[in-house]
Design a binder for this molecule. Structure first.
Ligand code: CA
Length: 99
């Protein structure tokens, strides 16, 4: 049985005119923030959603941009920021061994 792809249920490209009303306005700015914020959670949902795990977790195409996506996104963004912070602190730490 071929599983349906869930990647078609979300816009994956960040564009200026997010609400497709023909002009870039301040309303699009909130949609840019939302697009970036939900990206990791929606990515996980797109991959896991059509599987038995997604069915067990009761994921649906409506889960994109929902509470599950928000929770996943907050966790994944926190991990990404922590990893970036660790990487940057290692780069900026003076090398005492080379003196
Ligand atoms: Ca617009």
């Amino acid at each position: 049985m071929k599983q349906e792809s869930w990647f078609e249920y979300r816009r994956w490209e960040l564009v200026g005119d997010m609400n497709a009303d023909g002009v870039v306005t301040i309303s699009d700015m909130w949609l840019w923030v939302k697009w970036v914020m939900y990206l990791p959670g929606d990515g996980v949902i797109a991959v896991v959603g059509p599987t038995v795990i997604g069915r067990f977790l009761e994921l649906t195409p409506e889960s994109f941009g929902g509470v599950t996506s928000l929770v996943l996104s907050v966790i994944l963004w926190a991990v990404a920021v922590a990893q970036l912070g660790t990487l940057l602190s290692k780069k900026q730490r003076p090398d005492h061994d080379s003196v």
